[in-house]
Design a protein around this ligand. Structure first.
Ligand code: GLU
Length: 549
């Protein structure tokens, strides 16, 4: 068969060759050890936490080697595409600080010299690579209808045979030029299939960056490379794109492991060097004693937007994901308390091949630490940023008096042992509600061990001695003096030695004042709270407390 003639018959519109494209996209000049990776999402819905995880692993791998990170949009499946799909992905990546060097950076904007980075704009390129395979006698048109393909599948199922278009089932493999020409002239639709040179008796092996050596039987199926509308399949687009874009390391979900023999075969048939591969296990979730993948449908935390809406700090989420990726991240953090997560060296070989278990408690802990290590100014900035998007009332309250709110975020923010009460910005409202009359909860959590009559006396007497200008020591000494005056112990120690001699101790005095002013038994640094609230609010609240008794 004259394959050149066949190629012109079935892909007449393709006038460029692989060499033409190689000239347009020259080999990258990379420094020793630099790695080029990519994240290649399909715009079929929201960005999944597993997607952010993969993107982070790819981004880190590239950037820590001094290489490049590409964002490619795989939009060949128009049926599954959703509106604003690209925007949603980009928003999620940008929100979490994933820096893209090349590729799609906005709905209609791409940067970099290896584009287009959107598969639907690369039709002619795939055509050129496909035509090359036809010319080499390694691809052929297949005119089988859907019904015929379904019949083959049924037949194979009933005989328990490997499914697919191969061997005796590959009816179109041996069509003559004349038969093909006739079909094409009749306008019969066709797909283009690889004429697989594989042999089921032979094995193909590769070294996965996470799993090590993997060996599988060679591919023998004549897989589709171009669909009837000339749109490439994932397999073909992956090979063409990652070759031309100069990807050196393909890091992707482990659902693709079983397709590696097809991909290696395609590289081989095209005479191209394949990239390195690493296959990431999905993030799992405990469910009813078992484990399952985090699911788009069942779990709100599957969507990256969940973390944004809840207001988990970005660095906390990223630290959590790195912790999930490499068990030694925690040791790194312990040894380098103030280091940013980008300073951690991620190692592919330390990734688990069974899939980390999503742990909300751990995420919360990490986020608490991240927030605790911020300055009060940073907390203010971040909380306001979040509230602006998700809690208008809180936004108004926080920004009404910036100095006041910043002071509030400074309570107990001492560098040695900072208070760790909030894990996410949506907790600011609840945690600090007592600082704003508008959202303060009604009622008081009365201390159980103190008589109401005593509470009243404490509150009344405190009003007389309260001076908003007292420094912390004189402020607390007043509590002690008051304690003694009304039959409470000046020191907790004294009380513990002879509890029968006292009604309580100085700690009870501060509890009463705390409850009077904040409504709750627990609050950060009471002296700071009183000072920040200011005289007017403090006295008004103590009055309300007395009234309530
Ligand atoms: N578009 C593919 C997916 O979303 C990309 C896989 C890959 O990274 O190659 O699964």
């Amino acid at each position: 068969m004259d394959y050149e003639k066949l190629a012109d018959l079935i892909l007449p519109e393709i006038d460029k060759t692989i060499e033409d494209y190689e000239a347009i996209y020259p080999k990258r000049e990379l420094k020793e050890g630099a790695v080029v990776t990519r994240f290649a999402p399909s715009p079929t819905g929201f960005l999944h936490i597993g997607g952010l995880f993969s993107a982070l692993i790819s981004e880190r791998t590239a950037h820590q080697s001094g290489g490049k990170f590409i964002l490619r949009i795989e939009d060949t499946d128009k049926k599954r595409e959703v509106e604003n799909g690209i925007e949603k992905i980009l928003e999620g990546l940008c929100e979490f600080g994933i820096k893209i060097d090349e590729g799609v950076v906005a709905e209609d904007e791409e940067i970099g010299n290896y584009g287009p980075y959107t598969q639907s704009k690369r039709g002619a390129i795939y055509g050129a690579f496909a035509k090359e395979l036809v010319k080499k006698g390694l691809a052929y048109p297949c005119f089988c209808t859907e019904e015929e393909i379904a019949g083959i599948r049924q037949n194979q199922e009933s005989q328990k045979l490997l499914p697919g278009y191969y061997g005796e089932f590959a009816k179109c493999r041996n069509l003559s030029y004349e038969q093909i020409e006739e079909n094409v002239k009749k306008g019969m639709p066709f797909v283009l299939r690889l004429k697989s040179p594989g042999n089921a008796e032979r094995k193909v092996s590769f070294k996965d960056g996470i799993r090590g050596k993997i060996e599988m039987p060679e591919n023998i199926v004549d897989v589709v490379i171009l669909k009837s509308d000339k749109i490439p399949t994932y397999h073909f687009a992956h090979v063409v794109d990652d070759y031309l874009m100069g990807t050196t390391y393909v890091i992707r979900g482990d659902e693709w492991i079983s397709s590696v023999p097809i991909h290696l075969q395609l590289f081989y048939c095209l005479g191209l060097k394949p990239p390195k591969y690493a296959h990431i296990a999905p993030i799992m979730k405990e469910d009813g004693g078992g484990k399952r993948k985090i699911s788009k449908r069942k779990d709100p935390e599957a969507a990256v937007s969940f973390y944004t809406e809840e207001g988990f700090p970005v660095d906390g989420v990223m630290e959590y994901l790195l912790n999930l990726a490499n068990y030694n991240f925690e040791d790194f953090k312990r040894a380098n308390k103030n280091a940013h997560w980008t300073e951690f060296k991620l190692e592919m070989s330390k990734m688990s091949n069974s899939g980390g278990l999503f742990d909300m408690v751990k995420l919360n802990d990490i986020c608490k630490n991240v927030i605790a290590s911020m300055t009060k100014e940073k907390v203010y900035e971040k909380a306001v940023e979040w509230a602006k998007m998700f809690d208008e009332e809180l936004y108004g309250l926080l920004t009404r008096d910036k100095a006041y709110s910043t002071e509030m975020f400074g309570f107990d923010r001492n560098p040695e042992k900072p208070r760790k009460d909030i894990a996410k910005w949506s907790q600011v409202r609840e945690s600090f509600s007592y600082m704003f009359d508008e959202i303060k909860q009604n009622g008081f959590e009365y201390p159980e061990n103190i008589d109401k009559a005593d509470m009243k006396v404490i509150a009344q007497k405190y009003k007389e001695i309260y001076d908003e200008n007292d420094d912390k020591d004189s402020w607390f000494n007043k509590f002690k003096d008051l304690a003694v005056q009304i039959g409470f112990a000046r020191e907790v120690k004294e009380y513990k030695a002879n509890p029968e001699n006292y009604k309580g101790h100085v700690g009870d005095i501060s509890s009463v004042i705390r409850v009077a002013v904040t409504g709750r038994m627990k609050s950060p640094d009471l002296h700071g709270v009183l000072k920040t609230l200011g005289k007017e609010k403090v006295l008004k609240r103590i009055d309300e407390f007395i009234e309530s008794l």
